[in-house]
Design a protein around this ligand. Structure first.
Ligand SMILES: [Zn+2]
Length: 194
């Protein structure tokens, strides 16, 4: 791990709400993550009730970088080009990180309190997704963690080709029929976690 990379114990907001503990395995290949050494990503879609103090979980998973790459390969060329264009125009990852690092703000909640693209605060949002990069039991500060607000996610989905949307739909169906904890969470509907 890069010496300049600051890490902390994975905070509760990035835990698995279904089990109440940290994510253990990759949703796709089931590789051990929390007790392992490979880098991985956590993604959660939430409906916050004014803050991250109370929210319901729409979906959540952890995925190893290898599987995350294979998910990316499902995107068509035009979708990928559109996405890259969009993020280049709208997001300055470097500024996002540099500002917080300059203030020595390694509070992960500060990193996810405003949408990376629109800068809207979590307290104004009906829906958002949060992302973290982790290794073992540590959250690694890089361009992650960050939050993307619901309206921005809708814009991003509109950039995807019909072909890519079909692929992603099929993938989602496969996942939902797959690991049981994911399925159970979706079936049981939103919950509130305080
Ligand atoms: Zn995996």
């Amino acid at each position: 791990m890069n010496m300049e990379q600051k890490t902390i114990d994975i905070p509760k907001v990035f835990h698995c709400d279904y089990t109440g503990g940290p994510f253990q395995k990759c949703i796709q290949c089931e590789m051990k993550l929390y007790e392992g050494d490979v880098p991985y990503l956590i993604e959660k879609a939430l409906k916050p009730y004014g803050s991250y103090e109370a929210y319901s979980t729409i979906f959540e998973y952890a995925v190893c970088l290898g599987c995350a790459d294979s998910m990316k390969s499902m995107l068509s060329k035009s979708s990928l080009a559109n996405l890259m264009n969009y993020f280049q125009q709208h997001v300055d990852f470097y500024a996002h990180r540099a500002h917080l690092v300059a203030q020595e703000e390694y509070d992960p909640m500060k990193w996810i309190e405003k949408c990376l693209v629109s800068r809207r605060d979590v307290n104004e949002l009906a829906e958002c997704q949060i992302y973290a990069s982790c290794q073992g039991d540590q959250l690694v500060f890089s361009e992650f963690p960050y939050m993307i607000s619901g309206p921005v996610l809708d814009e991003v989905v509109d950039l995807l080709s019909a072909e890519t949307k079909d692929e992603l739909d099929n993938y989602r169906k496969e996942i939902v029929d797959g690991p049981s904890e994911f399925q159970d969470l979706l079936k049981s509907g939103p919950k509130v976690f305080v």
